[in-house]
Design a protein around this ligand. Sequence first.
Ligand code: F6P
Length: 365
Amino acid sequence: MVEKNARRIGVLTGGGDCPGLNAVIRAVVKTAINQYGIEVTGINDGFLGLIEDRMVSLGNDDVSNILTLGGTILGTSNRANPFSYAVKEGEAWVRHDVSAKVIEHYKKRGLDGLICIGGDGTLSVARDFLQRGLQIIGVPKTIDNDLSETDVTFGFDTAVANATDAIDKIHTTAQSHHRVMVVETMGRYAGWLALYAGLAGGGDVILIPEIPYDLKNVARDIRERVRRGKRFSIVVVAEGAKPVGGDMVVKKVVEGSFEPVRLGGVGIKLADEIEELTGIETRAIVLGHIQRGGSPTAFDRILATRFGNEAVHLMAKGENGMMVSIKGDILASVPIENAVGKLKLVPLNSPLLASARSLGISFGD
Ligand code: F6P
């Protein structure tokens, strides 16, 4: 149990940046100070700040005017797993366990608890520190919406809005030039982002990792549109989409990262294949980090604020090892242990898939 009378808590943001992180930080600081009189220490660059003892005190003024800001004022890192910290020694990456440093700095700074805002990687590290006696509350974050035990994470709505806006704009060229435009979204191993943006942006073909596609079916459905007088098509493809019997396209492997594999490139590959099979001029657009940039939507600002409030309430109540979550519109909390290590994928019986299929959207199957 967290000491009921926690006087000082730390807050960190780990993993990829995500719209709404600053809204969580703001809510944590304001709730802690104003409601409970708890002091807040901001940790720079995720767990790296705990390894290197880089932290700052956060007061109300420090979090003023950050609600609308994308990114994180604390900085983040997705390469700082203290239990397996990769350091380049000569040509080789060597891993060290520097978790003792984290515990040393946590104690030195007089922290009674830690709020970890992050995705699967950050929360897995947080879980491992629970066993070392740190008191932790997790806040789920990912634009991919693939974290288990919560219906939704902040950042997803903004990423969907950004991707949808891009698809809207891409329609212009698709229509004018009678082209196929392949739009590659992020989302890692889950198809949520492509599915939502594809639906919202009026995609004609949506390819997601959960439904391996057959290229012949994709070409067939594009030709069928041409036959019906639709001389352009928009194909929205998740970076993790793969053909039946084939593999995802890996862009690079980032040594020392929580999740070393970086996907990317399926859109370009697919565009070449579609052009070859259909004879229709085809272009690929990779949306990349634009999707997680910029100001969070109103939905994400509110969700992030509620998550930040709740994390502090849980701390103040003496909870430990729990992650804030939302089910429907009701805030809840679940053991961090239950949320990590298993992805929340698009279920094949999702009503969204049924809705899309009713419109004639192709999934290439
Ligand atoms: O998890 C968020 C995410 O944006 C994924 O959608 C994407 O695959 C990955 O991070 C990209 O990571 P990075 O910014 O490290 O290249």
